[in-house]
Design a binder for this molecule. Sequence first.
Ligand code: TMP
Length: 204
Amino acid sequence: MSKKPIIVFEGIEGSGKSHHISIVSKYLSKKKINHIKIREPGGNPNSEKIRKLILNNKSNFNKDTDLLLYMAARSENMNIIKRSFNKKIILIDRFTDSTIAYQHYGMGVDLNLIETLNKYLLKNIRISFTFLNIVNQKNLQKRLKQRKSLNRYDKFKMSFYNKVQKGFLNLSKKQKNKYQLINSNLDIDNNEKLILDKIDRLIK
Ligand code: TMP
């Protein structure tokens, strides 16, 4: 495993992934370990513009347009990722698995098309490890209700998020050694400890 791994945090809404990635980033900063943290969609000024467009409640793009916009946002992030690849630890809040989980498993877009576009954008870049954060329906509903504002992708039916989460789990089963499941229905302190222990091992 590279000492400068690419570590991705995946999961559906309310699964705690954004909280966990910031815990890791703070941990690395405290230890003065060089890293970057980006999110998708977003992560740089151009991709943040695309993010606003996709997630705006007034947008009603079709699923292919959404796919191409997520890929456009990724394309703008690839410059940053390539610059830091093997030089710094790269933490990413959502990446290629999100596109397969949401656009393919959730919305039915062709899997081959998504994989082809991801391969085209990533070239030789490989994800080293993924923390897959999972949440049950009760906590998902509770956490969505607590949000101050909901974007276009926070308003799907529960059955949609079920399909997406199952999609994430399918992906994790294909490469079990590269995924760790984090059950966010369980104790948050213990989950943070599990994640930081794994981080220590990934960067040792
Ligand atoms: P966020 O809430 O984690 O910031 O993500 C925004 C939404 O974008 C979330 O509902 C998942 C969705 N998404 C996709 O549908 N496909 C993708 O490729 C990515 C990166 C995100």
